[in-house]
Write a protein that binds this ligand. Structure first.
Ligand code: FES
Length: 66
């Protein structure tokens, strides 16, 4: 298992995730990216939506004097 900064939690697959409403999401990938930002349209799995937020944060950091 690997926690990524500003991104998903990478876990070895296959996985089954029980959601609060009782549904079960499954993935049979070798490595599964679980969304931690809750912006994914395929939650609980990561769809890379976290990158939009990350780029703006990186852009802010890259600006001199901010
Ligand atoms: S962590 Fe990637 S979309 Fe949420």
């Amino acid at each position: 298992m690997r926690y990524t900064a500003d991104g998903p939690l990478l876990v070895p697959g296959p996985v089954s995730v029980e959601l609060p409403d009782g549904r079960v999401a499954t993935s049979d990938r070798v490595v599964v990216a679980l969304c931690l930002c809750k912006r994914s349209r395929i939650f609980p799995f990561c769809d890379t939506s976290h990158r939009r937020k990350g780029k703006s944060q990186h852009a802010k950091r890259a600006q001199p004097g901010t």
